[in-house]
Structures are given as structure tokens and as C-alpha cells.
Design a protein around this ligand. Structure first.
Ligand code: B12
Ligand code: SF4
Length: 448
């Protein structure tokens, strides 16, 4: 089972710490369906040099948009030697005809039902060309094969997902394309989620769910169950779910210390255009204040290049982040992933400039812009990163935190993430990234 790297190793954009954060959870999940007699090897190109000279019975490749060409090249190499190649993942689901040229079998959509069906057919010698999930559920699935994960090489080996998808339908998101034709948001059982958490060593957890608070009832029971487990965790949720009710308090009591929030844009026109109505008329600053009061650090995600953006959007977004003591900001150039409604609209308008998927990395302008020129968008995006992560602005943002502990945690988290590249490089080269986890835990413990 192979996860080809999302970025070319050695490219100027290769950041050792970013690409060695999380193990390949999707593949480790599917590995649970092999039998105990099967010999399974999980290779992750982000943390190791791939061994492609073996001749296994089966190669399973996970394909995202930016690793598609690397995945295809690996597949071609194996198939030239007669090795059977199965492909799955988001990009395969979006563009099955393209992927089919490089694979013996494709699985479209989530793998939990289709993958075991394929395995059975494969064993019996008559695998089909394409499998599409007949039903979707992550209840009663086998445990993630964490024994296949090289924990020492990741900063955050304890990543987990207790749901799939999200209840919303933003036009630029991968979600509706991947889950088309069936339910697009579902969770595991609370007792199964708690059992998985129990199995994970140490204190730190990172929920990679798109929206951990998306099902209120589930989230409430999960957080109740986690109380007293002494966990420290990070996850993602929407502005709306942070402002509504008391779920976020429950999350904080259960150990939530840092959250990824898709603010995306301040413009109501842009939100409407993107079908992101759940962010409309929400006071972003109030949401951030609430999080800070609970000792939860904020990773704000913002998109540049929506049709109603103007040249001042970069300055406004950076200033807001600094004024509101946002811990880390993730900026993206709007990217119409194939399969999304955004891609379909842009294509109908003749605005798609390239189909070189390796450039769909959210830092390249791949479509004809409106409101801003492509040059303005690219330079504004780069400027925003440099400006937000300048020492001057990091210190200014920390100065807006309330307590000394918060200021220090903020400084260490942001500085550690963006200013210690040589140290991360040394640690990843030595395969010792996980040694820094206690420091991350210390920072997360001190956010109140
Ligand atoms: C963790 C993560 C990362 C990690 C690394 C990924 C890793 N080690 O797996 C890091 C931080 C490096 C990362 C970086 C980026 N990421 Co990212 N990331 C994620 C995230 C949050 C979780 C992935 C995950 O583990 N999911 C949980 C598992 C269980 O799901 P899964 O992997 O999809 O696997 C299931 C199915 O896909 C299927 N399946 C998967 N593989 C296979 C293989 C076979 C053979 C079969 C049969 C089935 C199958 O079955 C699995 C079980 O259901 C996703 C969001 C998401 N919800 O998936 C975004 C996501 C994958 N990232 C995305 C993007 C765009 C990026 C970046 C380009 C963005 C950026 N600006 O930083 C960069 C990459 C930079 C570059 N140059 O390319 C997009 C991908 C869009 C696309 N169409 O491919 C996503 C979907 C986010 C989004 N909402 O847009 N990312
Ligand atoms: S809220 Fe986030 S995960 Fe959900 S559809 Fe919108 S962008 Fe996708």
C-alpha cells in the first residue's frame, strides 16, 4: 500500500515538518481488511524512499490531486512487470477515466464497503474493473492497522477520523464529488470512537475529521466520554458550530486545545458564490474570542481569488488575523479541484487555464481570475504568508492574547511551525520527528 508524496521531494516547497505530520490514515484503515495471513507493507513517500523493485501480488495506491502523476508513474512501473495495481482516493473518484489508464482496478468513493469486496474477488481471481460503494458506513469497521505506521517518523502519529465528510456543501470542496450519489456525512459509533482513543498511546490526538462538531449529538457524547481521559487534542469545525450552543465548551472540557476553522473569506458575496452560507452573518471575531476564552488556539484558513476579492483583501485578511491573535493562518489560492461544482462552473465559463494537476496545490493560479489579476493574486498570496509570519506580526498577534501563558504558547506554536525549518529538517532526516511531540503537548497544555 503506497501513498505517493503530495509534493515533489526536494522542491522548494517541500517542508519536512508539514509533510511528516500525519501517517497515511486512509491506507492504514483499509489495511484492516486484509487477513492475518496477508503480508502487508505500508509505504509513505513523505517519510521514506519507496522500494518499488518488489513484486507483490497487489499494489494499492492512494491518489490525491497533487500526487496523481507520481501515483500513475509508480503504477505504470509495477504494471510493466505484471503486478496488479488497484487505485483509489479522491482524484480517482473525480477522474476515473484518467486513472483507469494506469490501473487494473479502481475503487471510487470511500473504501470501507468496496475494498473488502474487491479483496474477495481478487483472491477468487476475478476482480472487476471498477468498484463503487454499495453502502456507506464506518460503524463496525476493523481497527486501523496502526502497527503498519512508522510512528517515530511522524510528529502526530495519533491522527484519527471518527466521521466521514461534512454536513455542508461548499462549491470548492472535494466533499460532494467524493461522496456523490449517497450520504456525505456519517460517523462511527461513540463507543467505537472511544475505544480507538483508548488504544492510542500518549496524550495527544489529532482528529482529521472535516467537521468534528458536525453531528451535535455524536460530538456531545464523544466529548462526555473523553472527559477524564486527560487527552489534549486538535481538530476542525465551522464558525457556526463554534458560535452555537455549548458544544465548544464540551470540546474544551474534553481536551480540545487547537482548532482549524474555515473562515475562507470576509465577503458575503464570495460566501454566497461558494455556497458557504453557514459562514454568512457570523461574527468571526466573536467566534475567535470564545475559543480563546476556552484556551483553544486558532488555525484560520482563508481563500484568496474568489470573484469578489479586490487588491486590498490580502492586507485586510492578515491584519484581521494579527488583531484577533490567530495562532496560525493557512492561506490558499482558490483551486477548482476536478469533480467539484467550482471546477464545473469555471470550465463552463472557459476559465480553466491548465489541467496539470501537479499545479493544483493551492499556491498556483490555475484559472482565469476576476477582480484581481493572476499576478496580483500570486504576489498577494505570497505577501500574506510573509507578512503574517514576520516576527513583527507574530509578536504583535501574541500581544493580543490575554494571559502570559497564552502569549507564550502562541509564540512557541507559531514560531515552532514556521521559524524552525533547519531543526525540523535535522529531525526528519534522523527519523526522530516524534521526539518533539512532548514539546507540542506542553504547548497545548498551557493554552489557558
Ligand atoms: C492529513 C491531510 C494532509 C496531510 C498529509 C496527508 C496524509 N498523510 O494522508 C498534509 C498536511 C501533508 C496535507 C497537505 C495538503 N493537502 Co491535505 N488533507 C489532509 C486531510 C485533512 C485528511 C486526510 C485523511 O487522512 N483522511 C482520512 C482518511 C480515512 O480518508 P482518505 O485518506 O480519503 O481515505 C479514504 C478514501 O479516500 C478511500 N481511499 C483512499 N485511498 C485509497 C486507496 C485505495 C487503493 C482505495 C481502494 C481506496 C482509497 O478509502 C479511504 C477510507 O474511506 C484531508 C481532508 C480529508 N477529509 O480527507 C486533506 C486533503 C486531502 N488535502 C488536500 C489538499 C488540497 C492539500 C494541499 C494541496 C493543500 C495545502 N495548500 O496545503 C497540501 C499538499 C501540498 C501539495 N503540494 O500537494 C485536499 C485534497 C483535494 C484532492 N482532490 O485531492 C483535501 C481533501 C482537503 C480539502 N478539503 O480540500 N494534507
Ligand atoms: S464546511 Fe469545510 S469540509 Fe464542509 S463542505 Fe464546506 S469546505 Fe468542505
Amino acid at each position: 500500500m503506497i501513498l505517493p508524496s503530495l509534493e515533489e521531494a526536494g522542491s522548494p516547497h517541500w517542508r519536512p515538518v508539514k509533510y511528516s505530520l500525519f501517517p497515511p490514515l486512509g491506507l492504514a484503515t483499509l489495511a484492516g481488511y486484509f487477513s492475518s495471513e496477508d503480508e502487508v507493507v505500508l509505504q509513505d513517500q513523505h517519510i521514506e524512499k519507496l522500494d518499488l523493485d518488489d513484486t507483490p501480488d497487489l499494489v494499492c495506491l492512494q491518489v490525491y490531486v497533487t500526487n496523481a502523476y507520481r501515483a500513475y508513474a509508480i503504477a505504470d512501473r509495477y504494471r510493466a512487470r505484471g503486478v496488479f495495481v488497484l487505485m483509489g482516493g479522491l482524484h480517482v473518484t473525480a477522474l476515473p477515466e484518467e486513472a483507469a489508464r494506469h490501473a487494473d482496478t479502481l475503487i471510487l468513493g470511500p473504501g470501507e464497503e468496496a475494498f473488502p469486496r474487491f479483496i474477495e474477488d481478487f483472491r477468487n481471481g476475478h476482480p472487476e474493473k471498477t468498484y463503487i460503494a454499495r453502502w456507506r458506513s464506518i460503524e463496525n469497521i476493523p481497527p486501523v492497522r496502526r502497527d503498519l505506521i512508522k510512528r517515530q517518523k511522524y510528529l502526530v502519529p495519533n491522527s484519527l477520523v471518527v466521521s466521514r465528510g461534512c454536513p455542508h456543501h461548499c462549491d470548492f470542496c472535494y466533499k460532494d464529488a467524493f461522496y456523490s450519489g449517497g450520504k456525505s456525512f456519517y460517523t462511527t459509533r461513540v463507543d467505537a470512537a472511544l475505544a480507538e482513543i483508548e488504544r492510542l498511546p500518549g496524550r495527544h490526538l489529532y482528529f482529521l475529521d472535516d467537521h468534528l462538531l458536525g453531528n451535535k449529538e455524536f460530538a456531545r457524547a464523544l466529548f462526555d466520554g473523553m472527559k477524564g481521559m486527560r487527552r489534549l487534542f486538535q481538530s476542525a469545525a465551522t464558525v457556526q458550530s463554534i458560535l452555537d450552543g455549548d458544544l465548544i465548551e464540551k470540546a474544551a472540557e474534553a481536551g480540545l486545545r487547537s482548532i482549524f476553522v474555515g473562515f475562507e473569506t470576509f465577503s458575503p458575496e464570495n460566501l454566497k458564490l461558494s455556497n458557504k452560507s453557514q459562514n454568512l452573518q457570523r461574527n468571526y471575531s466573536t467566534a475567535v474570542k470564545r475559543l480563546h476564552q476556552l484556551g483553544i488556539m486558532v488555525n484560520g484558513s482563508f481563500v484568496f481569488g474568489l470573484d469578489h476579492d479586490d487588491a486590498d483583501v490580502f492586507r485586510r485578511t492578515v491584519d484581521w488575523g494579527v488583531e484577533n491573535a490567530i495562532t496560525t493562518s493557512t492561506y490558499h489560492i482558490l483551486t477548482p479541484y476536478p469533480g467539484t461544482r467550482l471546477f464545473a462552473r469555471m470550465e463552463a465559463e472557459g476559465r480553466i487555464l491548465t489541467r496539470d494537476w501537479s499545479r493544483y496545490d493551492t499556491r498556483t493560479v490555475v484559472y482565469r481570475t476576476r477582480g484581481l489579476t493572476a499576478e496580483q493574486l500570486k504576489t498577494g498570496y505570497e505577501w500574506a504568508y510573509q507578512e503574517f509570519y514576520s516576527w513583527h506580526n507574530i509578536l504583535k498577534a501574541c500581544s493580543h492574547d490575554t494571559t502570559l501563558k497564552q502569549k507564550l504558547s502562541h509564540l512557541m506554536y507559531t514560531g515552532g511551525w514556521k521559524k524552525l525549518e533547519p531543526m525540523w529538517k535535522l529531525l526528519t532526516n534522523a527519523g526522530l520527528l516524534n521526539q518533539m511531540l512532548p514539546l507540542l503537548e506542553t504547548i497545548l497544555k498551557n493554552t489557558k
